[in-house]
Write a new protein. Structure first.
Length: 598
């Protein structure tokens, strides 16, 4: 059975239609493809928020109301898929190809991650603010991706339908939030206090940008706007009640964010497919932290010798404040793209989409104080990405502080945009979403994505993007310290070896963050164990792979050839990318790129 037929059969089954059982695919590759199609079809049917995140707009008007029965069904479904995968792996045996064997590993890691989240870490049992924030997050995503009439074939009817879907989701919102809260049997203090900070910013978005857009775009549909407004107000009322509950109770709840050393090691091995344990990660993180400090010491010596201060004076000058700042970002990203082409860093595809540069919404700023990127959705027609910035209240004050989270001059904007946009997340994930293998397309490995973006920051310094300016080099060195500090804090918090206060003290000391920014960063690390190590372990694995590539290709190789090959395997763990890239070195890079639709 081909992949189209498998997808139709799975969707039909989920829709309750009666079809004859199709013949099972015979080859491991076909069996794996059919399983991936069924997983995707189930996601579209059972988890409308996840379906919307993937870009399936038909899900945008629905919510799946949480319940213990639904939760148990999800666990059973994942367990069944894992058993089916084990049968495929056993049948293939040692005769599985490299790609098939890796796809088995990727699917197993996906299933393990989801099962462990529900059965071991039980995040949904601990986060009373979680249901509200998940709803707000999907409303925000729908708002970002409202159709623009005339773009990507969108018509007025598409825009009207999108607003109706958004209103429908708002109408279901209170029931979704309350039902989700009923699953929270072990609420945690940190989840509650951080969640309260985020929820406090929701009215700013709901009553501000969201409502303003609704008024403008539904001006000729007053009944539709009234429906939207009623749903909005009902959700805001439910969130206000949630916030009151958190403010009254969260500080008395126990700390339960620790997952334990054994659980952390299992995550590294089984879910992230890393070849390192926590002790190895801490060692490499200390090396990274020390190197960042050493680089800063060298730069301070140069600064004194040349009598050149850090900050805008040593770089490209201050960025403009106010409305012109967005255009200034856009111009700097264009310059980055031109630099990469001129210096043959990587092939920039002609089909690459656009980026919208927007201010980080208030409800996200407590956990995302700096820049961030929303990549194009996997199955959406639109190739637009969103680059979020949090403009400084005062560029001049940020420059005086050399603030780590506020980009006040040209060189810092270049550095941050190199990570988030070009050649970082936006370009890399835009390429990954076009991969023809569904299993690879669905991957979003943090170590690959963050490792690539982190590696690019220093690469552009070494290639001469900033000329003789010192500020970008200092900024890069300090962010290396930040990444090292993060990768030390993460395992110590997850294992319970350090308290939140110990982690904040360490992080503030080594990151050059303000106390408040250090607190926010540590809170985020504690609530998302295993993510912030991605920068450190990803960059190291990338550099190790580059070294092996150089040894094997010699003078035949080039930086662009390596980068083009690297980006052709999707956003997958280096445990998968590395062996496949090296196995394909006898193929021209153009053929490898073509196979990935890159």
């Amino acid at each position: 059975m081909n992949r189209v037929a498998a997808r139709f059969a799975a969707l039909a089954l989920l829709a309750g239609l009666s079809l004859a059982a199709p013949a099972q695919p015979s080859s491991p590759r076909a069996q794996l493809a059919a399983l991936a199609e069924r997983v995707l079809a189930s996601t579209r049917a059972e988890d409308p928020i996840a379906a919307s995140t993937l870009g399936f707009s038909e899900a945008d008007g629905r919510l799946a109301i949480p319940s213990e029965a639904r939760r148990a069904a999800t666990i059973a479904r994942l367990s069944g898929w894992k058993q089916e995968l084990a049968a495929i792996a056993a049948s293939a045996g040692s005769g599985a190809s490299l790609v098939d064997g890796n796809n088995i590993r990727l699917l197993r890691a996906d299933f393990d991650a989801q099962l462990n989240e529900l059965q071991l870490r039980e995040s949904d049992r601990k986060d009373f603010a979680g249901p509200s924030l998940r709803l707000v997050g999907t409303i925000f995503s729908q708002f970002l991706h409202l159709p623009i009439v005339g773009r990507d074939g969108a018509q007025q009817a598409d825009l009207d339908r999108a607003w109706d879907d958004l209103a429908s989701r708002l109408e279901q919102g209170p029931a979704f939030i309350v039902a989700g809260q009923q699953l929270v049997t072990r609420p945690g203090r940190l989840q509650g206090t951080v969640g309260a900070e985020q929820l406090a910013g929701v009215p700013h978005f709901f009553s501000g940008a969201l409502t303003e857009a609704a008024k403008a775009q539904m001006a000729d549909r007053p009944a539709a706007f009234a429906r939207f407004a009623a749903g909005r107000d009902a959700v805001l009322a439910t969130i206000a009640e949630t916030l009151r509950h958190l403010e009254a109770n969260a500080k008395s709840w126990p700390e339960n964010h620790v997952i334990g050393k054994a659980g952390y090691e299992q995550m590294l091995r089984d879910e992230l497919l890393l070849p390192f344990d926590s002790a190895a990660i801490e060692r490499m993180a200390w090396d990274e932290l020390a190197h960042g400090w050493a680089e800063e010491a060298w730069l301070v010596a140069v600064s004194k010798k040349r009598k050149l201060p850090f900050g805008a004076a040593s770089g490209g000058g201050m960025a403009p404040g106010g409305a012109p700042l967005v255009g200034y970002y856009r111009d700097r990203i264009a310059e980055l793209t031109a630099f990469m082409t001129e210096h043959e860093v990587v092939t920039v595809p002609a089909w690459l989409g656009a980026m919208q540069i927007v201010e980080t919404p208030a409800f996200l700023q407590p956990v995302s104080p700096g820049a961030s990127m929303y990549s194009p959705r996997l199955f959406s027609k639109s190739s637009t990405g969103y680059y979020f910035i949090t403009p400084p209240k005062s560029l001049e004050e940020a420059a005086k502080r050399l603030d780590m989270n506020e980009d006040f001059d040209r060189d810092r904007i270049w550095s941050t945009a190199a990570h988030e946009a070009m050649p970082g997340h936006f370009m890399q994930l835009s390429i990954a979403r076009r991969h023809p293998d569904l299993i690879r397309k669905l991957q979003h490995d943090s170590a690959f994505a963050e490792g690539w973006a982190f590696y690019g920051e220093e690469m552009l310094v070494r290639l001469g993007l900033y000329g003789d300016g010192l500020d970008a080099r200092l900024f890069t060195a300090r962010w290396e310290r930040v990444r090292g500090a993060r990768a030390i804090v993460d395992p110590k918090l997850a294992s319970g070896e350090w308290s939140i206060e110990q982690a904040v003290d360490f992080y503030e000391k080594h990151s050059s963050f303000t106390r408040a920014a250090a607190q926010a960063a540590v809170n985020g690390i504690a609530l998302g164990p295993g993510y912030v190590i991605a920068y450190t372990v990803g960059r190291l694995q990338l550099q190790m792979l580059l070294a092996e590539y150089q040894l094997r290709t010699g003078e035949r190789g080039s930086l662009r050839d390596f980068h083009d090959r690297l980006l052709s395997y999707g956003s997958t763990p280096f445990a998968v990318v590395g062996p496949e890239l090296l196995a394909d070195l006898d193929k021209p890079a153009s053929a490898v790129r073509a196979a990935a639709n890159y």
